[in-house]
Write a protein that binds this ligand. Structure first.
Ligand code: 6PG
Length: 478
């Protein structure tokens, strides 16, 4: 065969990636279980580049140059395993199987192990940017052997988005599940970003009294500053949109129940296992969950509490500025938590992930792309051992400056009964980190009291237990 890459699974993401490869001058073999999809792609987009249509797995494999590069773009989970099972007998040692779906990184680790036994490289690739990104240039997070990246990397670099300085938004993240892990955390941060923006909107609407159109204008303004990002940009678009059927703001005719496909949940589940406090991301997942409990919310509407009251015009403008500060500081916290999780995952799984590199490839193409990521890249590039993004001198200065407004916004939200779990959790994390002493000492005392779980002292080495039920003397433990 002569095709440099094959794509099997031609739903919208697979189809657009295949077209992206073809548009960039690669010969692309395309395959789909239902052959009509393959024919439709050729019919509609065949003119965009050099496609080879394959109607059977055998034809598909035969169309590929060796070592073969075969990209699987089917649903995550069982469908991916089924396709792999189907193709493995047709492949040979040295071939590269690429999973471009939103797979769980543990599945990717398992598949990599299984295929390695056949001498086949399995590359789990996180791809962000939605349908448009897949076609025009996504952010690509590949995990797999160094060897496989040597043959695949240059192709991915051609189809990936480019940061403003021209750097392609893809890099070898690390072995086996590293790419899908980083994509998972990307999605967790995506959830947090979206939740924080939603809270800012809620405050501007119910406390500042702004209309959706005016909030769209406010976000457009913010988008010219340090909050410059894709998510702020599309938020303004959504808020400015008017529903054709009713003439009402679009946002007012949409049911307020947020859905999720699960990647944000995975981020939090994994963070719990790793022991990393990603409280902002967790609150974002829980906020979606709470919104979905329609019956519970309906029943609880009788609970007493304030109804937000609208500020006067002059106060409203000052309040909006404070919300910008709170949003920015909370965003820095989300990224600090996400990058902490990536570092911890890298250590737990032996991946050796370059955090500056991750920030670099998120600068364009992906859903969380933002001007701000270039500064995160710079922070980790200049200090690879940086313990927390919050400790980078520039981010420390900015959150320090923002904190008065941040506190005022969280306090005002609490006073007026506007739920801001994201802002509040981010602020609590910030204060938790800076606290000299945490009440965790008391927690330890309680644990020792009811379960003899022992504690450590501030003034001496070793573990101790107090005889709470006896004379309350202290004994060394174990
Ligand atoms: C991306 C997105 C993409 C997808 C999510 C949405 O990076 O391109 O994250 O992966 O839009 O699956 O997730 P939810 O449906 O869970 O909101």
């Amino acid at each position: 065969g002569t095709a440099q890459i094959g794509v099997t699974g031609l739903a919208v993401m697979g189809r657009n990636l295949a077209r992206n490869f073809a548009r960039n001058g690669f010969r692309v073999a395309v395959h789909n279980r239902t052959t009509a999809k393959t024919d439709a792609l050729i019919e509609e987009f065949g003119g965009e580049g050099d496609f080879v249509a394959a109607h059977t797995p055998e034809e598909f494999v035969a169309a590929l140059e060796r070592p073969r590069r075969l990209m699987v773009m089917v649903k995550a989970g069982d469908p991916t395993d089924a396709v792999i099972r189907e193709f493995v007998p047709l492949l040979e040692a040295g071939d590269v199987v690429i999973d471009g779906g939103n797979a769980h990184f543990e599945d990717t680790r398992r598949r990599e192990r299984e295929l390695r036994e056949h001498g086949i490289h399995f590359v789990g690739v996180g791809i962000s940017g939605g349908e448009e990104g897949a076609l025009e240039g996504p952010s690509i997070m590949p995990g797999g052997s160094k060897e496989s990246y040597a043959s695949l990397g240059p192709m991915l670099e051609r189809i990936a988005a480019r940061a403003q300085d021209g750097t392609p938004c893809t890099t070898h993240i690390g072995p086996d599940g590293a790419g899908h892990f980083v994509k998972m955390v990307h999605n967790g941060i995506e959830y947090a970003d979206m939740q924080l923006i939603a809270e800012a909107y809620d405050l501007l609407r119910s406390v500042a009294g702004y209309s959706p159109a005016r909030i769209a204008e406010t976000f457009r303004g913010w988008n010219t500053g340090r909050l410059d990002s894709y998510l702020i940009e599309i938020t303004a678009e959504v808020l400015a949109h008017t529903d054709a059927a009713t003439g009402k703001p679009f946002v007012d005719v949409v049911q307020d129940r947020a859905e999720q496909k699960g990647t944000g949940r995975w981020t939090v589940q994994t963070a719990l296992d790793l022991g990393v406090p990603v409280s902002g991301i967790a609150e974002a997942v829980f906020a979606r969950s709470l919104s979905g409990h329609a019956d519970l919310r309906e029943a609880a509407r009788t609970l007493p509490g304030p109804t937000a009251s609208v500020l006067g015009e002059a106060e409203a403008a000052a309040f909006a500025d404070r919300v910008e500060q709170a949003l920015y500081a909370s965003k820095v916290v989300s990224y600090a938590q996400g990058f902490h999780q990536i570092r911890a995952g890298g250590e737990a799984y032996g991946w050796d992930i370059d955090l500056g590199g991750v920030a670099s490839i998120w600068r364009a193409g992906c859903i969380i792309r933002a001007a701000f990521l270039d500064r995160i890249r710079a922070a980790y590039d200049s200090r690879p051992g940086l313990v927390s993004l919050l400790l980078d001198p520039r981010f420390a200065r900015e959150t320090g400056t923002a904190q008065d407004d941040w506190r005022a916004v969280v306090a005002e939200a609490a006073r007026q009964g506007v739920p801001t779990p994201g802002f509040a959790a981010a602020l609590a994390y910030y204060d938790g980190l800076r606290a000299g002493r945490l009440p965790a000492a008391l927690t330890q005392g309680q644990r020792d009291f009811f379960g003899a779980h022992t504690y450590r002292r501030t003034d001496r080495e070793g573990s101790f237990h107090t005889l709470w039920g006896g004379d309350r003397s202290e004994v060394p433990a174990g």
